[in-house]
Design a protein around this ligand. Sequence first.
Ligand code: F6R
Length: 614
Amino acid sequence: MCGIMGYAGERDAAPILLEGLQRLEYRGYDSAGIAVIDDDGVIHIAKGAGKLGALRSGLEGVYPAGRTGIGHTRWATHGKPTENNAHPHTDCTGDIVVIHNGIVENYLELRAELRDRGHKLRSETDTEVVPHLVESYVGGGDDLLTAFRRTIARLEGAHALVVFSAKEPGRILAARVGNAGGVVVGYGVGEMFVSSDLSAVLPETQRVTFLADGEIASITAGGAEYVDFGGAPLTKTPQHVPFDPVSAAKGAYKHFMLKEIMEQPQCIVDTFRGRASFDPPGVELEDLHIADDVLASVTRVVLVGMGTSMHAALVGRTYFEQIARLPAEVDNSSEFRYRDSLIGPETLVISVAQSGETVDTLEAMADAKRHGAPQITICNTPGAQTTRVADGAVLTRCGPEVAVASTKTLTASITALYLLACHVGRIRGVVDDARLAELLGELVHVPALMGSVLKTEPEIAAIAHALSSRPNFLFLARGTQYPMAMEGALKLKEVSYIHAEGYPAGEMKHGPIALIDKMMPVVALALDDGTREKMLSNIEQVRARDGIVVGIVTEGDAEIAAKCDYALSLPRTTPLLYPLLSAIPMQLLSYHIALLRGCDVDQPRNLAKTVTVE
Ligand code: F6R
């Protein structure tokens, strides 16, 4: 959730920290702050409530001097998003500075203890106990690293923590405790970086290490040393991460969300390129690391994910059932743990996670691991935690997704699940050459079809114009399209703040129909995928109650189009692949409605790109 950035080197730290925070702002944008230490050992702190822009304007172009520093963007959990609660936080002396991502679950107890011992805590945050605990151990004679380790031992919960001290200028300590988000250490030449996100360090360096749970990095301009929480030295070798930072730029687009919607055909091609072959037909997934006999022996698939990734998982469920012929279930990662689900080595667990750092998904994976289930993650972030926990991965190849609302990683994850289902079906002997050729042959046309759907943007913008002031929307669909109805509703809620519900269309008459009147737009996915006739009845039922029908229909289906107030047509594909097309008009509708309502499209209120708190 919160974004973390640190620098130690020869250059002025502040501009580098602010640049890094800019790239991290999608994680949280309630407040921001930096702390740098100058050559005389004096720490300078600047903070601002609200977005990073507020901090920048407060500085008025005059950056505090210093070649070591840390910075933070906050997504508030404990305490309002005020300047006083903004990180970095310090101890009583102001010599120890801390930034934090995660929740100190026992902070009330620790605050009380520290207050009793005379510490003056000034904020409402859980984080502030950390510098005071470090201070108390340093005061007792510990060096910074020992004090940090002893502090960590006192904290309950999961965290990424970064600290530096005026007593040891030039050194930054960073730790990963549990699954509250990643810590990446970047190796430059004569300079080092640390961040919560790979994307923040990539423009500076592509040589990185990732901290695992229980590891601390001690970083100076000359390099990094690693220890575990017991203080034992660890050897970690930097790896080269092939990621193109240029693709993170907004380019000609007004918003990242629009750019990322438009990139989808390319992301789909990139995700199947080199993995699907056509003559003879084959699927090769390079990072699976699960032996064919293990995959052949599984009797069930359980897919987990959150938000948009969970919607991709729901489409994946159909793929595993219809292509690989395996019983498949989907759960919100956050619910999975409450099920005491009966899984073991015979269940293939597949997590879907754009960031690979969502704490709920990591916890579900940890649970699956305890049960000995083989695991694969569908992930867009090379090196992310899900890729390290799972036995294998199918990486989507979208490049960084910067807009907080996911778009391109939805369709790329669905594509990866399609390939994986083909692969598993092949190993299980239920997908022969002819069937595989058919499945892949259909997939290969999808990027071009997506391109033609993207060209309908002006029509979609016109519908957005007509409907942007409606306070509620319903999204209805059946079968493979049902997850897309949920996704359509989620996108609209996220970026336009309009209340929207996605329902299986059959449920409509069991309650939601009571909401329908002439004010209620109903987006109905009525495609020729085996659900058309039943969706037509739903549309009639909405019309009979004066609802406004926005139909997403198959090209040439004049009968359904005539029944809709607004009809958007999609080119024909197979029922299994329609979700890759139907996602697009709903993404564009949400985008344009949000624009018309003056919403912050790329950084909607209250959201964070990567959710690392439970
Ligand atoms: C929706 C959205 C979120 C994420 C969810 C999971 O637009 O972005 O719902 O899909 O937070 O994130 P990952 O995929 O990173 O686990």
